[in-house]
Design a protein around this ligand. Structure first.
Ligand code: AMP
Ligand code: GLY
Length: 418
């Protein structure tokens, strides 16, 4: 046994790239492993481990053999599948909610019930297993209306139907594709924000807030995706509205977790819309967001390692210090994402451009011979003394690269006046 601190991150996307990179920056940390990781990670000193994120037994064995102090879980599916419960059963420390709490993301209906029980404002909704019953009630919230698959869908299982015909067709398609339960939800209008908190059994800290861009194409057109770009801070969000989010959403959520007997040591991502009646939650995610993590972590001056270490051990959480710098990022996605992303296209990028960082995700090959592996390939990021400066750096860089088989949105940050 040595005293050095070794950490394990689970996942392989851009979010895990950003988490592992940030942990590796800490002077306290010797090795950061990531399973399975991606081909970009070694360039920031992260050691990838060839174990799939769903192979809990092998991950546990690895953590034991490599004297891992704790494991940070990136993606939701392993949380919903109980990775935290299994690590705890093996006597290992891990950052993330257990399977019970992970239902807050794993089942839309579970989350909506939780919000109703604990007075967290959300949209009106109904949930049905029966197609005919749902179709008979399809018009009750007017149009547009939101139709959601009940289970995990990587941000892609949500359709906003503009009229009766589109709603009926969507519902029929979702049931036909094997969905057992569909949620029909009132459409909330207003700006959408991503709020992230680190929770340690009833205590919490709020991370820098960000705005994601869920639709695939410019001007919020096209299908919902996992997220096409993000930025932080949000100049359009007033101090009083942010405080309302804390008072009306975060506080009752934390009380609900405590009163409901949840053992929550992990990150919670609250997706909310600021309606004219105040903030309303559209989703809980029991993890950090992708791509928001890539823009918020560079703004976090508090050491992520210290924050997570305290949260896992139930020690007082350090104060959050946010950098005054702005952070901005645009996702480069495969042509066809999210429905039918292309694979294997060559991705040619200048690697050492001043002021530009690349957070790799779904890519294969080597950094000098890089190929797409489907979906969201990577994110181009910059910091700046203003959002405009960071924005211009990213878009100036993107304009120079060849775009065969890839695309990106050109209007990230437009809602902040960029
Ligand atoms: P979800 O998977 O629930 O986060 O939904 C994906 C996206 O659909 C959200 O990020 C919103 O942009 C949109 N959305 C979900 N629910 C609603 C709602 N009730 N009203 C308006 N937009 C919504
Ligand atoms: N950016 C949306 C998500 O992580 O679900």
């Amino acid at each position: 046994m040595t005293d050095e601190v070794n950490l394990l991150v689970i996942g392989q996307g851009g979010r895990e790239f950003a988490i592992a990179k940030k942990l590796k920056e800490s002077d306290d940390v010797a090795h950061v492993y990531c399973a399975p990781g991606n081909v970009g990670m070694p360039s920031v000193g992260v050691e990838t481990v060839n174990i799939s994120e769903n192979d809990f037994a092998s991950l546990i064995k690895f953590a034991q053999e490599h004297n891992v102090r704790w494991t940070f879980v990136g993606p939701e599916d392993c949380l919903v599948d109980g990775i935290v419960d299994e690590f705890h059963a093996a006597g290992l420390k891990i950052f993330g909610p257990d399977a019970r709490a992970a239902q807050l993301e794993g089942s839309k209906e579970y989350a909506l019930n939780f919000m109703n029980n604990y007075g967290v404002p959300t949209a009106d909704y109904v949930s049905y297993r029966d197609q005919t019953a749902l179709l008979n009630n399809v018009d009750q919230f007017g149009y547009p209306v939101v139709i959601k698959e009940n289970g995990l869908a990587g941000g892609k299982g949500v359709v906003i139907a503009k009229d009766h015909d589109e709603a009926v067709q969507t519902i029929k398609e979702m049931f036909a594709s094997g969905q057992a339960r569909i949620v029909l939800e009132e459409y909330l209008s207003g700006p959408e924000y991503s709020m992230f908190i680190v929770i340690s059994n009833g205590h919490y800290r709020i991370l820098p807030i960000a705005q994601d861009h869920k639709r695939a194409y410019d001007d919020d057109r096209g299908p919902n995706t996992g997220g096409m770009g993000a930025y932080s801070p949000l100049p359009q969000l007033s101090v009083s509205d942010r405080q309302r989010m804390i008072d009306e959403v975060v506080e009752p959520t934390i009380k609900g977790l405590v009163n409901g007997g949840y053992h929550y040591h992990g990150a919670l991502y609250i997706g909310l819309i600021l309606t004219k009646d105040g903030p309303k939650v559209i989703e809980y995610n029991v993890r950090l967001g992708d791509p928001e993590t890539q823009v918020i972590l560079p703004r976090l001056e508090t050491a992520l390692y210290q924050l997570v270490d305290a949260a896992i051990d139930d020690r007082p959480l350090p104060e959050i210090k946010e950098s005054s710098a702005a952070s901005f990022g645009v996702v480069l996605a495969s042509q066809g994402y999210p429905q039918k992303p292309l694979h294997g296209q060559k991705v040619t990028l200048p690697l050492n451009s001043a002021g530009i960082e690349i957070d790799y995700a779904n890519v294969a090959g080597t950094l000098t011979d890089l190929h797409g592996a489907g979906g969201r390939l990577l994110m181009i990021l910059a910091q700046g003394s203003t959002l405009q400066e960071a924005h211009d750096r990213v878009y100036n860089y993107l304009e120079e690269i060849p775009l065969a088989g890839c695309f990106y949105r050109h209007d990230i940050g437009a809602k902040a006046g960029l």
